[in-house]
Structure formats: C-alpha cells, structure tokens
Design a protein around this ligand. Structure first.
Ligand code: MEV
Length: 438
C-alpha cells in the first residue's frame, strides 16, 4: 500500500511521477515511459493542459473524429465528435447521410432558462419570512449588480427569485429558487457567484429585519449552488419523411420498418430497463459533441437523465409516430451548453471544433447537439430492428482487437479483407490471427 503523502500537489511533475513509480509501479520504467510518451513536445501546449487541473502527470488521448453530411435547418454541418466507442461516429455519419436526402433535421430551442438555489434553514414564522422576502428581494437583486452587469449587456442576467417553503418535506427547509439567463455562456460560475451573494445578503439583511425575533434573525445557509436539472433549457429536434422513403428490404417493407421502429421507441417509453440503454445510445452522440466543444458532459448527462424521469418513471428521450403516412421521429432534451467561457477559448481542439461548426452561439450548439443525439438513436434503432447491433459494432471493434494483439499492418490488411465476408467475433479474430502467425 502506498504511504500517505502530503504536499503532493506542490511537487514538480517529474517528482510526482517519481513518487508514483516508487510507490505504485515498483519503479518499472515502462510506467514512467508511458506517462512521458503522452506529453506534448510543445511546452506551451503542455503547460496549458497541465494547468487545466491539479496533479496533471500526462495527457489522456481520446479520438477527435468528425461526422459529415448533417443537414440541420437547411444548413450543412460536419460534427466534431470526441468519443472512444468505435461504432458511434460511423453510426452518426450513416444517419446524417440517410436524412440529408429526406429534408434533413429540424431543430428548435424551446427555452434557455437555468436554475440555481440557495438552500437555507429558518426556524420561525413562515409568514414573517415571506414578509422579509418581499422586502429583501430588491436588495438581493441590487447586491449582484456588479456580477450581472456584463452578463446583462450580453442579454442574460437574473430572471426571477422565488422563496419556496419546503418545510413539509424537511423541517425548517426553505429555498431561494432563482432563474437565470446566461446568453452564450454555460454560466456555472456566473450563477454560483450570484447565489453566494444572494445568500450573504439574505443573512445580513435578516439580522436587520425588525419584525424578526432574535432566533429568526439567524438564517442558516446550508448551501448555494446551481442546479443541473434544467427542464426549461430545452431543445427539440426532429426528422420526418413519407413512410415509403424508409428502408425496405426482403424481410421488412417500409411500412413494417416504420411500425417496428415506432414500437421499439414505445418500448423505451414504458420499460425503464430498455429506456436506460436507449437513452445511453442517445448520449453517445450528445456526449461526443459536448466533449469536443469543451462543455461539461457530466452536467448534460445528469440533466438529461433527470428529464427522462420527470414524469415519475424513467423514459425514452425520443418519440416516434406514423401520422398521415409520414414517419416522424423527434427528441426533446435539456442541454445547458455554452460557446463562450470555460474551455472554449483555451483548448485548441475545442476552438477548432467550434470553428468547424461555424462558431455557433449557444442556441445553435444546443440544436446541433440534440440532432447528434437523435441521429445516434436513429442509427441504433435502425440496426436493432434489422440486422441487430453486433454486426456493425464488431466490424468497428475489429481494429481494437487487432491492436490488442499488436497486429502488424500486413496482418491487419489480410484480416480486414477476411472479415469483409465473415462475421467478426472476438474468438474468430483470435483464431484467424493465430492461423496467420502459425
Ligand atoms: C451502445 O453504446 C448503444 C446502444 O446499446 C443503444 C441502444 O441500444 O439503443 C446500441
């Protein structure tokens, strides 16, 4: 077991690695070399990455891929996608290509409101608290003026502050439930700074409020923090086409395909076990774009899954129907994204990703990202109701297996050719490698 270390963050990068080598890797030079191999030879770039977080010892690569041919609201996009799962980008590209000849994707931002809360305890009269709140509300707003000044110039700011009595759920528990507009920023720092100032003003003003008893003057702030549940920061994307323009095959006519597709989505609407996987597939596309554009994928994940459960049961984020011989497939998802601030102006690949998208504003990025999720879900359901998922997955996974076995270029070429006409399974790949090598 490694010993307790203090002051680790203050060690130089070389000394951190030395400590790791000594206490975790048995002084194995391979471990040290692996870490060093991933350093960037450009010192300036490496320093930039080192400073994103604490205790950085190396870089962790993920593929930066692109999926072309996305027609969204009449404009063509090439989507940047950062993801490790082999089949995701191919699936997105396939869906994009399919829909570009059928009118493309339509997307629309429905709302952009974000939420933050000051959670506090108050032991006293709820009526007097309400009276205090009415009086203090203008002061709360005034107290954040230095923070909101710039945001207001960009069209954002504080939208509303409500006092919410939560005492039926938890003794003495109240909230300031606050809503914000954050323009093109994701806005986490802006919201949290406003909330912490609201909390301070609330405490200070309570001490001066004459109608309060001495105990009522002591409001206890529990915490002030934004919410990643953003059901009012919502975007909708859809595709539609006449049913007869859907794929048809010997096994499945276009109409049968449409009906089977709608039923697959219906299953994800009523069966949580399926819904979670269905939505995971949607997030394959969403997270890839979110990560490539420097946004917070954990926030997006948390918000999306909470929204999927908003009616009390966890459900599909997409919907499908056949109406007047039209097949309609859509997604509605909360996406609190930003195109300024955070990593957007720092990480060179994030900057490039945004440039690739034509430097979108936050609303446009919400639309593009929702489309990535819908496309991904279309591709997944398409495979699931026709060939099954493994055919495409294993084809894309072939290269990973070959790399695992350190296949040479010549071996790769031969095996890729072989698996063009044979089913890829892990054991079959191993058998074929062994055969080649024997
Ligand atoms: C795999 O990453 C995602 C899928 O399982 C999604 C789905 O089942 O809809 C293919």
């Amino acid at each position: 077991m490694a010993p307790v270390v203090s002051g680790f963050s203050k060690l130089s990068k070389a000394d951190k690695i030395k400590w790791l080598a000594e206490h975790h890797f048995n002084n194995d030079s391979n471990a040290t070399n692996t870490l060093i191999t991933y350093w960037n030879s450009d010192d300036r770039l490496q320093r930039l990455h080192d400073e994103f977080t604490e205790n950085t010892i190396s870089n962790y690569y993920l593929p930066f891929s692109v999926a072309p041919n996305f027609l969204i609201n009449g404009n063509r996009y090439t989507l940047p996608m950062t993801i490790e799962e082999s089949s995701v980008v191919a699936a997105a590209s396939k869906a994009a290509k399919f829909w570009q000849t059928r009118g493309g994707f339509k997307a629309e931002v429905l709302s952009t409101t974000k939420v933050g809360q000051v959670h506090f305890s108050f032991t006293g009269s709820p009526e007097r608290l309400q009276e205090f709140f009415i009086q203090v509300k203008p002061k709360l707003l005034k107290s954040v003026a230095p923070i909101t000044k710039n945001m207001e110039k960009r069209g954002g700011g504080v939208k509303e502050i409500e006092l919410r009595d939560k005492t039926t759920d938890l003794d003495h528990y109240y909230q300031l439930h606050c809503t914000f507009g954050t323009a093109d920023a994701m806005g986490a720092n802006f919201i949290n700074s406003c909330l912490e100032q609201f909390a301070q003003t609330l405490v200070d003003e309570a001490k001066k409020f004459e109608s309060f008893s001495e105990t009522e003057k002591e409001i206890e702030i529990i915490m002030s923090i934004l919410s990643n549940y953003v059901p009012q920061c919502l975007v909708k994307a859809s595709v539609s086409c006449p049913v007869q323009e859907l794929p048809d095959s010997k096994q499945l006519s276009s109409l049968q395909y449409a009906k089977k597709f709608v039923r697959a989505v219906r299953i994800a609407q009523i069966e949580p076990y399926r819904a979670v996987t269905h939505n995971k597939g949607i997030m394959n596309g969403i997270d890839a774009v979110v990560l490539a554009t420097g946004n917070d994928f954990r926030a997006i994940e948390a918000g999306a899954h909470a929204y999927a459960a908003k009616d009390g049961t966890y459900k599909s984020l997409t919907d499908a129907e056949i109406k007047d011989d039209q097949f309609i497939f859509s997604i509605e998802i909360p996406l609190a994204l930003g195109t300024v601030g955070g990593l957007t102006s720092l990480h060179p690949l994030v900057k490039l990703a945004l440039q690739l998208l034509g430097k979108p504003n936050a609303k446009k990025l919400m639309e593009i990202t929702a489309v990535a999720g819908l496309a991904q879900n279309f591709a997944a359901i398409n495979s699931l109701i026709t060939t099954g998922i493994q055919q495409g997955h294993m084809k894309m996974h072939l290269m990973n297996i070959l790399n695992q076995f350190e296949a040479t270029n010549a071996e790769k070429e031969q095996l890729i050719a072989y698996f063009k006409t044979n089913t890829v399974t892990h054991s079959e790949v191993v058998t074929q490698i062994e055969k080649l090598r024997s």
